[in-house]
Design a protein around this ligand. Structure first.
Ligand code: NAD
Length: 491
């Protein structure tokens, strides 16, 4: 079985660590590869950072128009290989093939947006801000930047950061999730064809040890993290204590309000796609669905029907809409949370436990599940389930519903379904979350906008994507120049 190599200094290198972890297809437990995992991965990080540090000296002086040229090529190479990359995402991560393609498209959009860096990096100039004095700001690279990514979007999330970091004149080290390293292995095969300076972009494997080595290395100046809240908080605290700039995107628990005036058919489809897409393993998955004034149960019945009709299975098979969750431990955890909800007094409207998918009996499958009338202080309501589970919460007014939304310790996303502009306006003003959807189920900002988590969903100030990324990956320098008129001109 192949042990995955690191990509360091423009070459594929064996890890200094001999221990490995299996990379497993969650649909059938087939072992796909082995990934280096253990203490000596910190030595790989040392080599990668050293290479990135050397590459920086040349790259920061390459004009920005030239720095974006490889990104155009990378976009083209990814588009030419999108089927293979998307199949790899499905194999190691479990989501449906259509979801994998959509994910890669989101990654490509970030490359395209980063191609605008020559304009986005332009800065400010004030002539004669005081007598004989001009003042201006320039943006310079930060240095070696590192990204630590999660399992659920192996193809997209590194692109929230990497293209911007490079275009801004930095070098880069990526540490993908050990659960899904194959997608970026393929992408780095393409990066290898770009003819970039050696060491400019590096890939190192591993888990906590390689992450800690990045957090503690004095040459790493910026850390971009996406993953669970517990780890995001840790990354932020340790990284900033070591003097780095850190953006750490964490977990979520996303509430959605459905008003009685909502378009039932559209709302049902969008909410079911949000809750069950990627088997609920999205940081923007809707989870707590508040139905306001649904006295005759119309929206409830419609959601149950839509959930029942979702096709669960192996993501590379035709017609499959929902794949497995990532590991057997995740499946057990999600099923335990469903049990907990029942213990806490919920009605189980749809039971997805003990799912049996013919031909994939060993897969980590859970079918769409719906709980109703879970107590508002129940564990299921507060915990990020990260599985295909919807909790229905009937309420009477929009004020009650917004108070519930704002009791959330996370703040990644909140959505409202309505045909009333006034309801929408009230909600977007008052809801305590950084990404708001109005008649939208997955309020994922496009690449031009920051991915704006709040509260326990984000630690830092500048988010990923767009202008925030340009600001994160540059440091500002302000120049004040005096040229007094009184000085006699010689020519
Ligand atoms: P995770 O926190 O377990 O792992 C993320 C990364 O951190 C991986 O690369 C992993 O190797 C590393 N890591 C894990 N434990 C560590 C430790 N103790 N010390 C140092 N590094 C460690 O997250 P995951 O399970 O891969 O991803 C799912 C989570 O990510 C969910 O909570 C989801 O909501 C969140 N997520 C958030 C966003 C967002 O934009 N806010 C996007 C995607 C996923």
């Amino acid at each position: 079985m192949e042990v995955l190599k690191n990509y360091i200094n423009g070459t594929w290198q064996e890890s200094r660590e001999k221990q490995t972890k299996d990379v497993v297809n969650p649909a059938n437990q087939e072992i796909l590869a082995k990934v280096p995992f253990g203490g000596n991965t910190s030595l790989d990080v040392e080599a990668a950072v050293s290479a990135a540090s050397s590459a920086l000296k040349e790259w920061r002086d390459v004009p920005v128009m030239k720095r974006v040229q490889p990104l155009y090529k990378l976009k083209q190479l990814i588009e030419e290989n999108i089927e293979e990359i998307s199949s790899l995402i499905t194999l190691e991560c479990g989501k449906s093939y259509a979801e994998s393609v959509a994910e890669m498209q989101r990654g490509i959009e970030n490359i395209e947006t980063a191609c605008a860096t020559p304009t986005l990096m332009q800065s400010e100039f004030s002539e004669n801000i005081a007598t004989g004095i001009d003042e201006f700001m320039i943006r310079q690279p930060v240095g070696v930047c590192a990204c630590i990514s999660p399992f659920n979007f192996p193809g997209m999330i590194p692109f929230w950061f990497m293209p911007y970091a490079l275009a801004c004149g930095n070098s880069f080290v990526l540490k993908p999730s050990e659960k899904v390293p194959l997608t970026m292995m393929k992408v780095f095969e393409l990066i290898d064809r770009l003819d970039l300076p050696k060491g400019l972009i590096n890939l190192v494997h591993g888990g906590k040890e390689s992450v800690d080595a990045l957090l503690d290395h004095s040459e790493v100046k910026a850390i971009s993290f996406v993953g669970s809240t517990k780890v995001a908080r840790y990354i932020y605290q340790r990284g900033t204590a070591n003097g780095k700039r850190v953006q750490a995107q964490g977990g979520a628990k996303n509430p959605v309000i459905v008003m009685p005036d909502a378009d039932i058919e559209m709302t049902t489809k969008i909410i079911a796609d949000s809750v069950y897409g990627c088997a609920g393993q999205r940081c923007l998955a809707a989870s707590n669905i508040v139905t306001v004034g649904d006295n005759n149960g119309q929206i409830r019945d419609s959601l149950v029907e839509a959930a029942k009709n979702k096709t669960t299975g192996f993501g590379l098979e035709e017609g499959v809409e929902m794949g497995p969750v990532i590991t057997p431990e995740s499946k057990t955890r999600v099923e335990q949370l469903i049990n907990k909800g029942i213990d806490e007094g919920a009605n189980l409207l749809l039971d997805g436990r003990n799912a049996n998918i013919s031909g994939f009996e060993k897969g980590n499958f859970i079918k769409p599940t719906i709980l109703e009338k879970v107590p508002l202080d129940g564990e299921v309501i507060k915990t990020e389930i990260f599985g295909p589970v919807m909790s229905l919460l009937p309420m009477n007014t929009i004020d009650e519903a917004i108070d519930f939304v704002n009791s959330n310790s996370y703040g990644n996303m909140a959505c409202l379904f309505t045909t009333s502009g006034l309801n929408a306006r009230t909600f977007r003003n008052r809801a305590n979350a950084g990404n708001i959807g109005i008649n939208i189920g997955v309020a994922a900002p496009m690449a031009q906008f920051p991915f704006s988590g709040w509260n326990d969903s984000f630690f830092g100030d500048l988010h990923g994507q767009g202008r925030h990324a340009i600001e994160f990956f540059t440091q500002t320098k302000v120049v004040i120049e005096r040229w007094p008129k009184e000085w006699t001109r010689k020519f």
